[in-house]
Design a protein around this ligand. Structure first.
Ligand SMILES: [Zn+2]
Ligand SMILES: [Zn+2]
Length: 251
């Protein structure tokens, strides 16, 4: 049974947790620097709200462990999430300690996939991968994707086999991890969502030739990695072929 079940929460909600505790612990220079981004109204950002809620629940969980609890909380949860939130290219990109909140980042744009592309399940709150991407991922991972070259997004992400498969994985793992106790959602971000979104957002990744301004490009989706098949005898006697191959590469 988790501490949430027993009603032993130290703070009543995430707002009190950040106001009374967290902001006094993680003190950074956020007013006269471009290196660390911060928003005094962080709770206006879906991503920050989701991450701080996860940090708070993890803290409530770990504070009951007098041995490695606080150490685990920092290294396994806080530092990861704060790297994302403090990142000048992250969700607080246009906000600052001095200037306050600026409502500049919109949800990632999507073009609706054709009906029937993704299986629809009778589950709440997101009945399909497409709905999960539009209603959750795109609202949480708001990034500057129209006038920057460091983050790439394709509004027709579903045209990319890789994006479809990765989003399916995120949808499934989200449903699983949200029921995995106090640290489930934090772990979902750290182990699943952030690593996968980093690949998708990468200018070297699957959306390389797509953009929010110009839309989807077929260039990569029509060009699988090039490959030449080995001669037929390779498969009929793979043992020898492997040996030759290994020797051929400078053994
Ligand atoms: Zn803000
Ligand atoms: Zn595309």
């Amino acid at each position: 049974m988790s501490e949430q079940d027993t009603g032993l929460l130290y703070y009543p909600n995430v707002i009190e947790f950040v106001d009374q505790y967290f902001r006094h612990v993680l003190q950074r220079q956020v007013t006269d620097t471009n290196e660390v981004s911060w928003c005094p109204e962080w709770w206006r950002h879906s991503e920050a709200l989701a991450r701080f809620d996860a940090i708070w629940r993890a803290w409530e969980h770990y504070r009951l462990n007098p041995n490695t609890g606080m150490a685990n909380w920092f290294v396994d949860h806080v530092d990861w999430h704060m790297d994302v939130l403090f990142d000048p290219a992250g969700p607080f990109r246009y906000c600052s300690g001095r200037g306050g909140h600026r409502n500049m980042l919109s949800p990632l744009p999507v073009v609706e996939p054709p009906e029937g592309l993704f299986a629809v399940d009778d589950i709440e709150p997101y009945g399909s991968v497409a709905e999960f991407v539009e209603e959750y991922i795109c609202k949480v991972y708001r990034r500057q994707v129209t006038d920057s070259v460091d983050v790439v997004w394709c509004p027709e992400w579903w045209r990319h086999a890789e994006a479809g498969a990765r989003m399916l994985g995120l949808w499934e793992s989200w449903y699983f991890k949200r029921n995995q106790g106090a640290v489930g959602i934090s772990e979902w971000f750290i182990d699943h969502a952030d690593p996968q979104m980093r690949i998708l957002f990468s200018p070297k990744g699957p959306f390389r030739f797509c953009s929010v301004r110009n839309g989807h490009s077929n260039y990569l989706t029509e060009h699988p990695l090039p490959m030449l098949r080995p001669p037929a005898e390779f498969m009929s006697d793979p043992g020898d072929a492997e040996l030759e191959g290994a020797q051929g590469f400078g053994r």
